[in-house]
Write a protein that binds this ligand. Sequence first.
Ligand code: NAD
Ligand code: LMR
Length: 329
Amino acid sequence: MSKPVVKVAVTGAAGQIGYSLLFRLASGEVFGKDTQVQLQLLELPAAMKAAEGTAMEIDDCGFPSLAGITISDTAEQAFDGINWALFVGSKPRGPGMERNDLIRDNGPIFVSQGKALSRAAKDVRIVTVGNPCNTNALIAQHNCRDVSPTRFTAMTMLDENRAKAQLAKKAGCNVGDINLAIWGNHSSTMFPDFENGSINGKKITDTIKDRAWLEGDFMKTVQLRGAAIIAARGKSSAASAASACIDHIWRLMHPTPAGKYFSCAVASDGNSYGVPAGLIFSFPTRSLGNGNYEVVKDLPLSDYSKKKIEETTKELLTEREVVKDLLIK
Ligand code: NAD
Ligand code: LMR
């Protein structure tokens, strides 16, 4: 019997993240060995040759779960009939920049790709990685009239993974023992919620009693990790970003265990934690196991947490204002 095929478009396929992400998608680790993955790569004309080289290498891995690879410099062609759109292709920031300094350069990419997606695919889920990813997801969503706004997500899984790695070191536990979510923007205002998070079912703050560290070094390390990697490597994170993208899709495709959640930036419904409707905001999220999700309701928020959530909300509202000409009403 033939296996089901999942069609995955990856934009910016010849870039750094593409080089780590594509192999893992093709290997079967996300969609399972019983599903075939059709990769539909999108690149700029100047990078088509490099994308072909990456595709040759993927072929050479001999992954039984790979159905095939197409490469195109036309968005509508690359998005034809896809089930997943992984929006990676865009400029990365350099040293000394904030991610939202990229907004006027990268924003227009998501106008044209949102429109192309609307024409080319219907049953599709979108993961936006290109920065500033929350606001780029917002732009794509506004320009993609024929796909439900709930299908658009932006990636804060890398921030969750970074936070868990720091907490695990401090507490002497395994990252898998930790439940924690990021609130807000994938930026230096994000809030890794150590007040609601847990380690082996116990509040993080009951295990790590050093509140000054949680509010200080921990928060700063997570919020500024992207910049620290750029300073050290001379280039932004790539393998860890690809790994987080794999985790993001995997989490959406598998039911979230009872009492757990994960970080995912999704359109606010306007009734959750005071976040204005429509902003693409990272919330503690649970998956129903089929790609659909729900935002966790009614988590208690201290005054400290509320202030952090307000700060990151304010920043996203400013970003929305800056790109308002790119948003279709
Ligand atoms: P890169 O420069 O190595 O690769 C980007 C690729 O995108 C290039 O090959 C380029 O040709 C291509 N590209 C540019 N415009 C395109 C378009 N309109 N259509 C198709 N392809 C296009 O960059 P990278 O390191 O792979 O990073 C990509 C993006 O991901 C950056 O914006 C970066 O800041 C972001 N990022 C986000 C996270 C996150 O956690 N959300 C993590 C790491 C990086
Ligand atoms: C990251 O968090 O590593 C990425 O968003 C890249 C960056 O510019 O920080």
